[in-house]
Ligand binder design. Structure first.
Ligand code: NAP
Length: 508
């Protein structure tokens, strides 16, 4: 016999900033019957898992925070990871989210029951949860990717991935290899180079590195932000404008405006100033246009290569042995510690989504996306998957601060949920027509984006999926905010199941 009971009106999967922001939005909307399921043992997501030396954010702290919970005591323009973790924990405590979370639990599967309009969730603990609605807030860059290199498991010394740093390991006086030159490696290298005996960086594709306008924030600024009316708002406005120019405008309006080449010019000049050896400089110069893959920002990364104990190796890796890394020219680089700064699964199987999601008619979301290309209405809802919302879906993120994304997507989701509640509906599903309209609009803007440059083929960029699509939202932030408040509610179809549990009346 089927039960009509549900455990929670909403289950939020993930306790990073997106899960925290979603939970706060539910609280504020008067939807208190929700539960957060989090794999880690604490809140913080990215900042809970990524604790390698040097970890910090690349977006100014004035923007990398909730608009409704702005701090005035950030210690730097770009906050270090530990401070962001503390901020996440404080937000969760301030909004009483510790009472609503279940830590140490991973969702392993989600199946929709179309008769009773509810999701059944399987978890790593064996517990089953039944929810009317599910919000996936698991992020994208979360599952560490080990490189597909022969012998990677044979190394006899210490192997560590940047996203699972082991602080028990003392690197002082050790010979270290770093595989990868993405944003994680860029922060790690300058942080460890002064302490290690030698560090060899194995670079496959160079990265564009720009200076970071980072500096400690004096206490007096904190006082001004905390006490002078309008100061926080002014700081945020300047910061948001800077961030908007750096990515959404530069990337999505590449063709009409051509800002990315200006950044590229300044990155070349910066490289020339930082690295003295012309051969080394050439090796560090990307062959693809800036913007094809995520650039990085650091004030010491490039100059670190001038140190006598730092070596850049660009000969491809042939294999890894018990003793170290062998390159295709036959050289064996003997090491004590192997650091995999090799990033995360993105469009790899099992990541998007991170657990099997089975919608109406037994359709698997990952397979549906693979066969139909990535698409989701406002990056949130997919036809055939009623009552399921995702914070990081395709064509949702426009490249500005993640906090903009979290606030706009949670606003959209709450608006949809309230719409269903007001009508007494137990199922809400985006219409195919609305989804197709949104997707067509996103695709029609592709030709003006920075990703359309032919040189992007040389970038090895995780922005591109196997169809050659870049499922970032080609919009300015203001448009994403507007959309979340103004999307036609008729883009969602409502239904009420006889066997379903009635939902509570909408909050005032
Ligand atoms: P990533 O950008 O994906 O970089 C991975 C690196 O490993 C690349 O250089 C890649 O080379 C290399 N690699 C992978 N497999 C390899 C193999 N088999 N052989 C040789 N090299 C290999 O990863 P990440 O640095 O961890 O950064 C991921 C993302 O996380 C960033 O783009 C950013 O969005 C975020 N992040 C942000 C911050 C911040 O805000 N400050 C810090 C860290 C990370 P190829 O380029 O040739 O593939």
């Amino acid at each position: 016999m089927h039960t009509t009971e549900i455990d929670h009106e909403v289950v939020v999967i993930g306790g990073g900033f997106s899960g925290i922001g979603m939970a706060i939005a539910l609280e504020r909307a008067g939807i208190p019957d929700y539960r957060i399921i989090e794999e880690g043992t604490g809140f913080g997501g990215t900042w809970y898992w990524n604790r390698y030396p040097g970890v910090a954010v690349d977006i100014p702290s004035f923007s990398y925070q909730f608009s409704y919970d702005q701090r005035s005591d950030w210690t730097r323009v770009y906050a270090p990871g530990a401070e962001l973790l503390a901020y996440a924990e404080r937000c969760a405590a301030d909004h009483a989210l510790y009472d609503k979370v279940q830590f140490g639990t991973r969702v392993t599967g989600a199946t929709y029951d179309p008769d009773r309009h509810r999701w059944q969730l399987e978890t790593s603990t064996g517990e089953r949860l039944v929810a009317r609605h599910v919000v996936d807030a698991t992020g994208v860059l979360t599952q560490p990717k080990r490189p597909e290199i022969e012998g990677v498991d044979d190394f006899a010394g210490v192997t560590v991935h940047t996203a699972r740093w082991d602080h028990a390991q003392d690197l002082r006086g050790k010979r270290v290899a770093i595989i990868g030159t993405g944003a994680s490696a860029i922060q790690l290298l300058p942080a460890i180079a002064p302490d290690v005996a030698k560090v060899t960086v194995f670079q496959r594709t160079p990265i564009w590195c720009l200076p970071k306008f980072d500096a400690p924030l004096p206490g007096v600024l904190g006082w001004i932000l905390g006490h002078v009316p309008g100061a926080k708002r002014a700081a945020r406005l300047v910061s948001q404008t800077f961030v908007e120019l750096q990515f959404p405008i530069a990337a999505h309006f590449h063709k009409p405006l051509g800002i990315a080449p200006l950044f590229e010019k300044s990155a070349r000049r910066y490289l020339a100033k930082q690295v003295h050896d012309p051969v080394l400089r050439e090796k560090l110069t990307p062959k693809y246009g800036l913007g094809c893959k995520r650039p990085s920002f650091h004030n010491e990364y490039l100059a670190t290569y001038n140190r006598p104990n730092v070596e850049l190796e660009t000969t491809p890796i042939a294999r890894i042995t018990e003793h170290g890394v062998v390159t295709t020219d036959g050289t064996e680089h003997e090491i004590d510690v192997l650091v995999l700064a090799t990033g995360f699964k993105v469009f790899d199987p099992g990541n998007f989504p991170k657990y099997p999601v089975t919608g109406r008619g037994g359709v698997d979301l990952e397979r549906w996306w693979d066969e139909n290309r990535y698409q989701a209405y406002h990056g949130i809802s997919v036809p055939g998957f009623p009552n399921y919302f995702t914070m990081f879906g395709p064509y949702g993120y426009n490249g500005s601060s993640y906090f903009n994304l979290v606030e706009t997507q949670s606003h959209h989701i709450v608006r949809a949920l309230q719409h269903a509640r007001a009508a007494g509906a137990t199922q809400i599903e985006v219409t195919r027509e609305a989804n197709d309209r949104y997707w067509a609009k996103a695709l029609s803007r592709r030709s003006r984006q920075v990703f359309a440059q032919p040189s992007c083929q040389l970038a090895n960029s995780y922005y591109f999926d196997r169809h050659g699509d870049t499922p970032l939202r080609p919009s300015l932030t203001i448009e994403t905010v507007w959309d979340s408040r103004r999307f036609p509610l008729s883009d969602y179809r409502l239904e009420t199941a006889d066997a379903a549990v009635p939902v509570a009346a909408p909050a005032a």
